[in-house]
Design a protein around this ligand. Structure first.
Ligand SMILES: Nc1ncnc2c1ncn2[C@@H]1O[C@H](COP(=O)(O)OP(=O)(O)OP(=O)(O)O)[C@@H](O)[C@H]1O
Ligand SMILES: [Mg+2]
Length: 403
């Protein structure tokens, strides 16, 4: 088992919760608005250090935390990974008007970065369809969460990139306000300094995203074939915002527009770094005029196609839902291949799937060490399945075993 115990304090509608997991399968049943999603969200936050919806982190603090002398929100869990027993903790404490986040590993304060990857988890939500029909930000967020769990180096590069991007953007904004001439030596030198750093970290991100997509795409296609009863071929494309190399600019444009499928190729960081720097240098006046960085991983996207058609534009709800599901199932396989199959968190996903899709989804449960599922209706699961799982009932933030 990966997660053996969970403790919550003032996390959303849980004022206090102590829960032990003693079987690989856990099934939580409850009516609407009782805390099923909240519980999975808490576990996912323990895995990734971040709230599921990137909005305001303070939203997760229980509304009644204010009634306590020292308001705080705490998620803690006993985690078993690679033969080690770990105690992970995410704590939000109120200082004046703001909540500050603290991460602890075995009782010692650590950086959020250090937590990520210690409990690997994949979360399936009904809202996953937004990965296909939503904006590019959703897809980048997905890539970042998945890759940070898989690769510590990615997580570090991402944090560094975001810092540099912020600095570079405020410089560009200042230059725009001053109506600066980007060709002036002083402006050029200032930008060149940030370009170097941006390209260094940005290249690491692009290389890793491309490699991840290359691993993910064939697996997702396989899962999607099963989900669609062999009727559809899913292809998944990584769309970087500049040509990272390996293709001519014309080929890159055609691939971006979905007119051509480039063969798989591995990118080398030095080449991507150089390509990124060239792009920045050639678009300097444009960026100064815009007052913001226009190229780089913060503008990347993914495209999902079924039988050659863009699913965002042409996909039915069912097709979009299957593609999102196939993507996450493939992610589980990539993590397993990397040596640690994740904890699966399946939030109310059964109700939206037909019988064939349900069995494809449930088959993945045999490939992971632990899964926690939620449902509003026990009948969504067979008696055999329920007998295998430890079943709990959730009502108003209180979880009781049905045993
Ligand atoms: N910060 C918070 N403090 C207290 N309660 C909150 C907080 N944030 C959300 N809630 C409440 O938690 C309740 C349970 O939400 P949750 O999304 O977990 O329900 P659910 O059991 O998954 O329901 P559904 O079956 O509709 O998906 C909601 O009524 C919501 O208003
Ligand atoms: Mg829910």
């Amino acid at each position: 088992m990966l997660l053996s115990r969970l403790t919550l304090h003032q996390f959303r509608n849980y004022q206090h919760l102590e829960l032990s997991f003693d079987t690989p399968l856990t099934l939580l049943q409850g009516q609407n608005a009782q805390g099923k999603t909240n519980l999975l969200e808490a576990i996912f936050m323990l895995a990734t250090s971040k709230a599921v919806h990137a909005g305001q982190e303070r939203e997760i603090v229980g509304w009644r935390a204010d009634e306590e002398p020292i308001p705080y929100c705490r998620i803690a869990g006993g985690v078993h990974q690679d033969g080690r027993q770990l105690e992970l903790e995410v704590l939000l404490t109120q200082r004046g008007d703001v909540y500050t986040k603290q991460v602890k590993i075995n009782g010692t304060a650590r950086r959020a970065l250090d937590l990520v990857g210690l409990l690997r988890a994949v979360l399936f939500l009904p809202a996953d369809i937004q990965l296909v029909d939503g904006g590019p930000g959703e897809r980048r967020h997905y890539l970042d969460v998945a890759l940070c769990q898989l690769d510590r180096g990615y997580c570090r590069a991402l944090a560094a990139f975001q810092q540099v991007l912020q600095q570079r953007n405020s410089l560009l904004k200042r230059l725009r306000e001053q109506a600066a001439n980007p060709a002036a030596p002083a402006v050029d030198a200032q930008l060149a300094f940030w370009d170097e750093k941006l390209a260094q970290h940005g290249a690491a991100i692009v290389v890793r995203r491309q490699a991840f997509l290359q691993e993910l795409a064939p697996l997702a296609a396989e899962r999607h074939r099963e989900l669609s009863g062999q009727r559809e071929a899913l292809s998944l494309h990584y769309l970087p915002s500049f040509n990272p190399g390996g293709l001519s600019d014309a080929e890159f444009e055609r691939a971006r527009d979905g007119l051509w499928l480039p063969p798989p190729c591995a990118l080398d960081p030095a080449g991507v770094n150089a390509a990124y720097l060239r792009k920045l240098a050639s678009r300097r006046s444009r960026e100064v005029a815009a007052g913001v960085t226009l190229y780089g991983p913060q503008r990347d996207d993914l495209r999902f196609e079924a039988n050659g058609r863009d699913l965002r534009t042409y996909g039915s709800r069912g097709q979009q839902r299957s593609a999102a599901l196939a993507l996450k199932l493939a992610e589980v396989q990539v993590m397993a291949a990397a040596g640690s199959a994740p904890l699966l968190l399946l939030d109310d996903v059964m109700s939206e799937l037909d019988a064939a899709r349900r069995s494809t989804l449930l088959a993945v449960l045999d490939d992971v060490p632990q899964a926690i599922l939620t449902t509003t209706d026990w009948e969504d699961f067979s008696p055999t399945f329920r007998a295998r799982a430890h079943c709990f009932h959730v009502a108003s933030g209180i979880v009781t075993s049905t045993r």
